[in-house]
Design a protein around this ligand. Structure first.
Ligand SMILES: C[S@@+](CC[C@H](N)C(=O)[O-])C[C@H]1O[C@@H](n2cnc3c(N)ncnc32)[C@H](O)[C@@H]1O
Length: 236
């Protein structure tokens, strides 16, 4: 039986976008985009929320895309074993190229690149850190995302999820696109606009967490005019 969330649409209705990013031009423009400001901001939030002296031995990056966030994670934890997963062949290839330039020849850690749908992903063993940026809004059924997260953790895993949040109106979506993507190519501007329309609102994410019973284990916070983060609570 499919679970459904009874979201009340006082706000602009969600307009889904295709799950996978498989169009070569779209992938290339995404891979070339300048995410420095947004991604370094998100990574700082991630670092601030990590438990002290956290040293994960295994890390999963769900929906890694061309690897901008992945490379930041790799630099932070170069000794860990990694799984980078994306359902798009172009994306996972770009991620692989990018990470492989960073990896020294002699290394002991295992780095896997999986071209796979999160819906099909069954980890061999759980990960100490499960990370995902900007994937949830791609999914038609958001519970498939949470199920993949839940399959990939153990009791002490640290989860960190970030994504866009849907604004109140088409007008705000256009304003945000002007503010944050004005210098980018048209295709990327359109992508960003569509992603805003496809994004889940924070109260929708809150409801999802309650349904999958992660609400007592995770904090959820808006951190900018367009992003939220959701991460494991510190255990006492
Ligand atoms: C907006 S990109 C985010 C990439 C990266 N995490 C980042 O922060 O730049 C979303 C990625 O999720 C992938 N994706 C979407 N739906 C997926 C699914 N069902 N299974 C696996 N990957 C998926 C897309 O192919 C795309 O590469």
């Amino acid at each position: 039986m499919k679970r459904s969330v009874n979201f009340s649409f006082h706000h602009m209705i969600r307009i889904p976008e295709p799950e996978l990013m498989e169009d070569l031009i779209q992938v290339e423009s995404y891979a070339k985009a300048d995410f420095e400001t947004a991604h370094s901001f998100l990574i700082r939030k991630f670092q601030d929320r990590l438990p002290q002296r956290f040293a994960p031995e295994s890390i999963l990056d769900l929906g890694c895309g061309p690897g901008d966030m992945s490379s930041r994670l790799y630099s932070q934890f170069p000794m860990a074993n990694f799984t980078f997963l994306d359902g798009s062949e172009f994306m996972i290839d770009l991620c692989k190229k990018r990470i492989e330039t960073m990896v020294p020849k002699k290394r002991n850690n295992k780095i896997d690149f999986k071209k796979e749908l999160i819906q099909d992903f069954v980890p061999e063993s759980p990960y100490d850190l499960v990370f995902s940026n900007s994937l949830l809004h791609h999914l038609q059924d958001p519970f498939e995302f949470w199920a993949a997260v839940q399959r990939s953790i153990h009791q002490d895993s640290f989860i960190f999820i970030s994504d866009l949040m849907r604004p109140d109106s088409f007008f705000s979506a256009s304003q945000l696109t002007k503010r944050y993507a004005n210098e980018e190519f048209e295709i990327l501007k359109k992508d960003f606009y569509n992603s805003l329309l496809a994004a889940y609102r924070i109260e929708e994410v809150k409801e999802m967490l309650e349904i999958v019973r992660l609400d007592t284990k995770m904090n959820l916070e808006p951190i900018s005019d367009r992003h939220w983060i959701c991460y494991s609570k510190q255990r006492n």
